[in-house]
Write a protein that binds this ligand. Structure first.
Ligand code: KIV
Ligand code: ZN
Length: 513
């Protein structure tokens, strides 16, 4: 640990890599760029943009993120293989600050069954991979995959080898979410005491949430001497997810007595980052999720409301403003112009380019024609509803007939450039719509999740629909919002289907970490 970085925690965001690896969370290039721009603006120190060797799409994403990001270092993940490292170095070339992140498993279980390599060969691979990575950049991170189930002596030898070969950050992942705070802290204490030249590298925490302990474990690691925290927005990530950035950052901000550390994160951008990611991935945030859940700052019980009215701190340990949750006085309507929308977007933490803004303005006007008051949540829902131009299936129009006499749908879609129409019936209007989609574009995917919720109050509220499709182990989420629940349902399904098709195409050539 370098003494100059003593109390500053480096925030390493892996939403675009570990987060994107989680089922149903894949993102289009444009979506990754939108997230990367936001993460950069909110003060993330390192953005892990992907795993360049995994696929052409991943390579391109890392490369485009590297071109876009202004302040943060951009990291690319690679196994301990020369081809991986060369691909990462190439993808990261345009970055102002580039980091190569190389990893190999060090636990007996992983070495024997996954790598099928003896420990001495793994140790050689550590030296070789870090040495190779250092040819391309001075900023090299080495990770001991499954570190928390690794024998202490072997972990020390690997960390020593990595530092000797030039690694500047040493990451200790709890890959399977197995550790507990005391044990995790003890690993850092042990490394700091035993590994020669440990002060030449920054130690890093990287925790998965299988036991719901990812943030607690990460904070314990930081208290024990780690100075980099790896995390994701909304805690998305493999299986139960990664440590949630917003939870760690707000814990440090709210409890400096327990966690006397600072980060470079502008916490007022937390809500906007959370919502943007949720819209992009179609992964709704659970209402009682810490910091960013819809109920995190809501008070319903009479006693709590009474206390809040007398003094907000009676039941609130953080202010809504501190995470960017403003109860805005300005409600937009159909007479609001570009200027008002631009101002509202700025207040909500969005910084749209000219084309995206014009597009948002048009959709805002369409919405305002159908809805008296357009609330902040409506605007955010509307922004999330932009779609990729290269999608195979595009929504054209929908007419639905519903009621006690039966339900039917007439749907037009543009499929690979050709507009086609189908009529269908079903057990309810939504079923009729989804049947029409299957007629126009036959596919086998099952529908394990269909969820609707009202974005704001009132009978003219936008309905936000989430759809999850699954086929042969692949999963894709789609989300859409519209004042018409049927239109939102149809669009959400199409969005999920497009994502599934893209995933199926890409899976054939993929390499997993
Ligand atoms: O969880 C893990 O071990 C990882 C590594 C690849 C860093 O994500
Ligand atoms: Zn991980």
């Amino acid at each position: 640990m370098s003494t100059s970085a003593k109390d500053r925690i480096i925030i390493f965001d892996t939403t675009l890599r570990d987060g994107e690896q989680s089922p149903g969370c894949s993102m289009y290039l444009e979506e990754k760029l939108r997230m990367a721009e936001l993460l950069d603006r909110m003060g993330v120190d390192v953005i892990e943009a992907g795993f360049p060797i995994a696929s052409q799409g991943d390579f391109e994403s890392v490369n485009e993120v590297a071109k876009l990001v202004k302040n943060a270092a951009v990291a690319g993940l690679c196994r301990a293989k020369t081809a991986d490292i060369e691909a990462a170095a190439e993808a990261l070339k345009p970055a102002k600050r580039r980091r190569i992140h190389t990893f190999i498993s060090t636990s007996p279980l992983h070495m024997k069954h996954k790598l099928q390599m003896p420990p001495e060969d793994v140790l050689d691979a550590v030296t070789q991979s870090v040495t190779t990575a250092r040819k391309f950049t001075d900023d090299v991170e080495w990770s001991a995959e499954d570190a928390t189930r690794t024998e202490d002596d072997f972990l020390c030898r690997c960390v020593e080898a990595a530092i000797k070969a030039g690694a500047t950050t040493i990451n200790i992942p709890d890959t399977v979410g197995y550790t507990v705070p005391e044990d995790y802290a003890a690993i850092f204490t042990m490394l700091l005491a035993r590994v020669p030249d440990i002060d030449k590298a920054i130690l890093s925490v990287h925790c998965h949430n299988d036991l719901g302990l990812a943030v607690a474990n990460s904070m314990a690691g930081i208290k024990a001497g780690a100075r980099q925290a790896e995390c994701t927005i909304n805690g998305i990530g493999e299986r139960a997810g990664n440590a949630a950035m917003e939870e760690m950052v707000m814990a440090m901000r709210t409890r400096p007595d327990a966690y006397p550390f600072e980060t470079g994160i502008d916490t007022t951008m937390i809500m906007s980052a959370s919502r943007t990611l949720s819209r992009i991935t179609g992964f709704a945030v659970q209402p009682n999720k810490a910091i960013v859940g819809a109920n995190a700052f809501a008070h319903e019980s009479g006693i709590h409301q009474d206390g809040m009215l007398k003094h907000a701190q009676t039941y609130e340990i953080m202010t809504p403003d501190s995470v960017g949750l403003q109860k805005s006085e300005i409600v937009l309507g159909k007479h609001s112009g570009r200027h008002a929308l631009r101002k509202k977007l700025e207040d909500l933490g969005y910084n749209l380019g000219e084309n995206a803004f014009q597009d948002a303005f048009k959709r805002f006007k369409d919405l305002a024609d159908n809805k008296k008051n357009v609330f902040d949540e409506d605007i955010i829902a509307l922004l999330g509803d932009d779609r990729n131009e290269n999608e195979r299936i595009k929504f054209v129009s929908l007419t639905v007939s519903a009621g006690s006499q039966g339900q039917s749908a007439t749907l037009s879609l543009e499929i690979d450039g050709m507009v086609r129409q189908a009529d269908s019936s079903g057990n309810g209007p939504v079923d009729a719509i989804f049947n029409a989609i299957r007629i126009l574009f036959p596919h086998e995917a099952s529908l394990p999740l269909y969820q609707v919720h009202a974005v704001t109050g009132g009978t003219d509220a936008q309905a936000e629909v989430t759809v999850r499709l699954e086929e042969k182990g692949l999963m894709a989420m789609g989300q859409s919002a519209d004042v018409d629940t049927m239109v939102a349902s149809c669009r959400a399904y199409i969005y999920a289907l497009n994502k599934l098709l893209r995933k199926q195409k890409r899976t054939a050539n993929e390499v997993g970490p």
